[in-house]
Design a binder for this molecule. Structure first.
Ligand SMILES: Nc1nc2c(ncn2[C@@H]2O[C@H](COP(=O)(O)OP(=O)(O)OP(=O)(O)O)[C@@H](O)[C@H]2O)c(=O)[nH]1
Ligand SMILES: [Mg+2]
Length: 235
């Protein structure tokens, strides 16, 4: 139960390619009950409520809409573009197409953000390796160059060259994402859905940006995340 006053509710949509770990991230963040043995089903639509402890006697609530993963040329349904205050775009750095897809989602968001600057963050879910020893990393240091091809199949990093191994592919995609995020002025985080602590920073920073007048530069603890309000599909 919540013990301190809830001040506001920010509406957040989490989206990205199918199977990149969107639900695992939310389930781990909120319940801490996800392991590599967990069986998660493809999402149709779920809603989570996360209460972020700002350390100031009140909590900032995030209502997070978990969306069905996108495949191919399928776009994010329009209604998800209309009402949120913030977007979390998730990709798997070992899957270049999941990164390519984010450019299309971002341009759809831009088309619909009529009245205000939308808050967007990008999360790389490092499924196939551990997050660096330094923990969750905002990786927005601009390094110049590189683009996200507009085509979902526009990966040009492993173009028949089998000498590029999976680690190199991941590094390439992280760099590519980093460059794109720097150009788009989007925060870019690397997390591992299996490591709960790696998930705190992006969500705390998101709450801070959604409620800038309520938070200070000190790093608050994301302490309690509460009830899931509805679960449409988990059967
Ligand atoms: N090892 C490992 N497995 C993961 C990780 N994140 C997700 N998975 C697994 O990958 C599968 C897909 O994860 P989901 O969280 O359901 O992915 P999703 O993006 O929500 O998928 P859709 O709802 O279909 O779009 C599940 O079996 C997860 O347990 C991770 O960081 N590491
Ligand atoms: Mg899901």
């Amino acid at each position: 139960m919540l013990t301190s006053k809830i001040s506001k509710v920010g509406k957040v949509v989490i989206c990205g390619a199918k199977g990149v770990g969107k639900t695992a991230i939310l389930e781990q963040l909120i319940y801490g009950n996800v392991s590599i043995d967990s069986e998660l089903h493809s999402t149709i639509e779920d809603t989570y409520v996360a209460s972020v402890d700002t350390g100031k006697g009140s909590r900032d609530m995030l209502r997070i809409y978990d969306t069905a993963g996108l495949q191919g040329n399928v776009q994010l349904p329009r209604h998800y573009l209309l009402y949120p205050d913030a977007f979390i775009l998730v990709y798997d750095p070992s899957d270049p197409a999941s990164l390519d897809m984010l450019a299309g989602i971002k341009s759809d968001i831009d088309k619909y953000k009529e009245k205000k600057e939308m808050i967007i963050i990008v999360i790389a879910n490092m499924r196939s390796r551990q997050v660096r020893a330094t923990g969750p990393t905002p990786i927005n240091a601009p390094t110049g160059g590189g683009t996200i091809p507009s085509s979902p199949n526009g990966n040009h990093y492993n173009n028949g060259n089998n000498q590029i191994n999976n680690t190199d592919l991941i590094e390439s995609n992280l760099n590519r994402a980093n460059n794109w995020c720097a150009r788009e002025r989007i925060k870019h985080y690397a997390v591992n859905a299996m490591e709960r602590a790696s998930l705190y920073e992006p969500f705390i920073q998101l709450a801070i940006r959604l409620y800038p007048t309520q938070t200070k530069s000190t790093f608050p603890q994301l302490r309690q995340l509460t009830q899931k309000t509805s679960k449409v599909d988990n059967s």
